[in-house]
Design a protein around this ligand. Structure first.
Ligand SMILES: Nc1ncnc2c1ncn2[C@@H]1O[C@H](COP(=O)(O)OP(=O)(O)OP(=O)(O)O)[C@@H](O)[C@H]1O
Ligand SMILES: [Mg+2]
Length: 261
């Protein structure tokens, strides 16, 4: 049995008096495709941001690829990770956000090559060759010289996916990457993600309100509510036969709101 690539152990996250994650524990196996679903405010984005080391944690431990994320060995025990350790760990993980976060004044090609050149010291020709392969994979090779303002939302999001892939992360995090898109652009982005899921052994964690896509994409669904995992299981179990009352209520609301399950 392989070891989990991510071990989340009893994570607590507070913002002032508000406890957002309340002793969250979960494991993710290498290559697993996981979908996180649940009501607004349940902590889905927070856990992805914590994995991306964009937050601090109030308690608990996370291990990624055999190493502590927010801690490192020191003085015979674990001490808080320094910036250097965080940078090293961050390179294992790529994240795509709802609002693209592309650099607006740089071309698509520059957006994709910037991090490999600056953080990994990759030579520009090699970085550009790899970037063009990735842009080709997401169907964006012909837009390499465009700046983000010249792209549709779906194209921006596909460029953002290529950018995250450029650092060859072992783990990819997707946070509602289609929810800011016009409906007719959603599919092209989902197709790219499905292709990635089918053709790579990357570990992928996806937060989504697209239940139909979660069903097709994921090996396992986690239903979050109030900072806890209420229910988890295979897509068919969760969507066809949810056991927990809260999961049932959530899915009923989602369907009533017109989402496909
Ligand atoms: N920087 C912050 N300061 C204070 N509270 C925050 C901060 N970021 C998030 N929160 C709170 O943490 C809770 C969880 O937020 P989070 O963004 O993780 O929810 P979510 O499950 O992603 O919701 P949604 O489906 O709406 O995106 C919410 O109550 C939110 O208001
Ligand atoms: Mg969110």
């Amino acid at each position: 049995m392989p070891e989990p690539i991510i071990r989340i152990d009893n994570i607590v996250k507070r913002y002032g008096p508000l406890t957002v994650l309340d002793g969250l524990s979960m494991d993710v196996m290498p290559g697993e495709k996981l979908a996180l679903i649940g009501p607004s405010g349940s902590g889905k984005t927070t856990i992805l941001r914590i994995l991306m080391t964009l937050e601090t944690i109030s308690g608990g431990h996370i291990e990624v690829d055999g190493e502590q994320l927010y801690h490192m060995p020191g003085n015979g025990s674990l001490v808080e990770a320094d910036e250097r350790h965080l940078r090293k760990m961050r390179a294992k993980i790529g994240m795509v956000f709802q609002h693209f976060n592309l650099f607006p004044h740089k071309t698509v090609l520059d957006n994709v090559t910037l991090a490999p050149i600056l953080t990994k010291g990759v030579a520009r020709p090699a970085a550009e060759k790899r970037a063009m392969e990735l842009l080709d994979m997401v169907g964006m090779a012909d837009k390499a010289r465009h700046v983000p303002a010249q792209l549709s939302g779906g194209q921006k999001q596909r460029a953002a996916i290529a950018r995250a892939l450029a650092l060859s992360p072992r783990i990819m995090l997707f946070d509602e990457v289609t929810s800011a898109l016009d409906p007719e652009l959603v599919e092209e982005v989902l197709n790219v993600m499905k292709k990635l899921a089918d053709e790579t052994d990357m570990t992928m964690l996806l937060v989504t309100h697209e239940m139909g896509f979660a069903h097709d994409f994921a090996d396992r669904i986690l239903f979050f509510d109030r900072g806890k995992i209420v229910e988890e299981g295979k897509p068919d179990e969760i969507f066809r036969n949810p056991r927990q009352e809260r999961t049932q209520t959530f899915l009923r609301k989602i369907i009533a709101a017109g989402h496909r399950v």
